[in-house]
Design a protein around this ligand. Structure first.
Ligand SMILES: NC(=O)c1ccc[n+]([C@@H]2O[C@H](COP(=O)([O-])OP(=O)(O)OC[C@H]3O[C@@H](n4cnc5c(N)ncnc54)[C@H](OP(=O)(O)O)[C@@H]3O)[C@@H](O)[C@H]2O)c1
Length: 334
C-alpha cells in the first residue's frame, strides 16, 4: 500500500476559447497503488504547450482530455519505484506523467529515458523535447530547406520557432522571424540568429516581408495562421513548402474564421502546404534528439526557458502563452 500523498491539477470544465486557471482545480489525493509492470515517477518539471488548448477542446482536434482527468502533459521526473522491466529507482525519464507531483504509469507512458548526464533534464521538454524535435522533424521532412533559400518563421522567439530559425540558418538559409515585442525581436536577432525580424503587431507585415524577401519565400514554417499567414502566402516563391505546425492566432474553430482563398496561390507557385503532428513521427524522435544534443553541447543551438515555480502556476500558464507573455520554453518547476 502506497502512503504518498499526491497534489494534482485536474480539468474542471471545458474552456470556451483559451483555457484559463478557472478551468482547472487542484486536488490532494493518495497516490494509486502500483500494479505489476508499472513505475512510480516523481515529477520535477512540467511542460506547458499551446497545443493544450486543442487537447482541452471538444471538437476538431487529434486528442482530447476528459473533464475530471489529471491534465495531460509531458513531464520530466525520477523513477521512485519500478516493477517494470528496464526501469530502476533513480532513472530520469520524460513522458506523459501529467500535471501532478507523482504518477503511476506503464512504461508506454515514457517517451525517453534521460541518460546524458551532462545536459539539464529540463531541456528534454524544450529544445531537446517536443519543441526542438518538432522543429527539426518538420523542417527536415516537410520543409526540406536548401542553402540560399529564404525561410520565414512565425512565433520565431518561442520554443519551436527559435529552433526552426537556428536549424534553417545552420543549413545556409536566410531566416526571417515574426514576433510581437522588441525584447523578443532582440532575442531572435542576437540569440537565435535571424537575419531579419518583423514585429507583426507594429510593422506592416506585407511591406516588411516584401523588403526582406525580394525573391519570395521558399519555406514558411507556420505556427500561427491568421494575419501573418495572410501576408506570407501571397509572397511564396515557385516550389515553396508551407508547414502548418500550429494555429496560435485562431481563437475559435467553430465556426472557423474566414480568410483569403489560397488555392490560386498554391497552384500558380506549385507550392505544397502540409499539416504536421510530431506524434506521427515518433520512429525518428530519438535520432533527432541525438542530433540536437550534439548541437547544444557544441553551443550551436541556443535556447531560452521561461520557468515558474509550483504546481499552481501551471493553471494560468496556457493563457499566458496566448498572451505572448513567455520568452522561451514555458516550464513549471516542482
Ligand atoms: N504540430 C506539432 O506537432 C506541434 C508540436 C509542438 C508545438 N506546436 C505548435 O508550435 C507553436 C509554438 O509552440 P511553442 O510551444 O514553441 O510555444 P511558444 O512559441 O513558446 O509560445 C507561444 C507563442 O505563440 C505566440 N502567439 C500567441 N498568440 C498569438 C496570436 N494570436 N497570434 C500570433 N502569435 C501568437 C506568442 O509569441 P509572439 O510573442 O511571437 O507572438 C507566444 O509566445 C504552437 O502553435 C504550437 O501549437 C506544434
Amino acid at each position: 500500500m502506497n502512503k504518498l500523498t499526491n497534489e494534482c491539477i485536474r480539468v474542471a470544465s471545458r474552456p470556451a476559447g483559451i483555457p484559463a486557471a478557472e478551468n482547472f482545480r487542484r486536488t490532494t489525493e493518495a497516490v494509486p497503488d502500483m500494479q505489476p509492470g508499472q513505475i512510480l515517477v516523481q515529477n520535477q518539471w512540467l511542460s506547458i504547450e499551446p497545443a493544450m488548448r486543442g487537447w482541452l477542446a471538444d471538437a476538431n482536434n487529434y486528442s482530447s482530455v476528459p473533464v475530471g482527468d489529471v491534465m495531460r502533459s509531458l513531464s520530466v521526473g525520477t523513477v521512485m519505484e519500478s516493477s517494470a522491466d528496464g526501469f530502476s529507482r533513480g532513472d530520469q525519464v520524460m513522458g506523459w506523467f501529467g500535471w501532478q507531483h507523482y504518477a503511476v504509469v506503464r512504461p508506454s507512458a515514457v517517451v525517453q529515458k534521460i541518460t546524458a548526464g551532462d545536459l539539464a533534464p529540463s531541456l528534454y521538454l524544450g529544445v531537446l523535447g517536443l519543441n526542438g524535435i518538432t522543429a527539426a522533424t518538420a523542417l527536415d521532412k516537410l520543409g526540406q530547406p536548401q542553402a540560399g533559400e529564404t525561410v520565414v518563421v512565425s512565433t520565431a522567439a518561442g520554443g519551436v520557432g527559435s529552433c526552426v530559425g537556428q536549424l534553417a540558418k545552420a543549413l545556409g538559409c536566410r531566416t526571417i522571424g515574426l514576433t510581437s515585442t522588441p525584447e523578443k525581436a532582440q532575442a531572435c536577432k542576437n540569440e537565435f540568429g535571424y537575419d531579419h525580424v518583423i514585429n507583426y503587431k507594429t510593422d506592416d507585415i506585407s511591406a516588411a516581408l516584401k523588403a526582406a524577401c525580394p525573391d519570395g519565400i521558399n519555406v514558411y514554417y507556420d505556427n500561427t495562421s491568421g494575419q501573418i499567414s495572410d501576408a506570407v502566402l501571397p509572397q511564396l516563391a515557385i516550389g515553396a513548402r508551407v508547414i502548418i505546425c500550429g494555429t496560435a492566432a485562431i481563437t475559435s474553430w467553430d465556426p472557423a474564421p474566414m480568410g483569403p482563398r489560397v488555392e490560386r496561390i498554391l497552384l500558380t507557385r506549385r507550392a505544397r502546404m502540409q499539416g504536421f503532428i510530431l506524434f506521427d513521427h515518433m520512429d525518428t524522435y530519438a535520432s533527432y534528439v541525438r542530433q540536437l544534443e550534439d548541437m547544444v553541447r557544441a553551443g550551436t543551438l541556443n535556447h531560452r526557458e521561461h520557468i515558474t515555480d509550483g504546481l499552481d502556476t501551471a493553471m494560468g500558464a496556457i493563457q499566458e502563452l496566448y498572451r505572448s507573455q513567455n520568452l522561451g520554453k514555458r516550464l513549471v518547476r516542482l
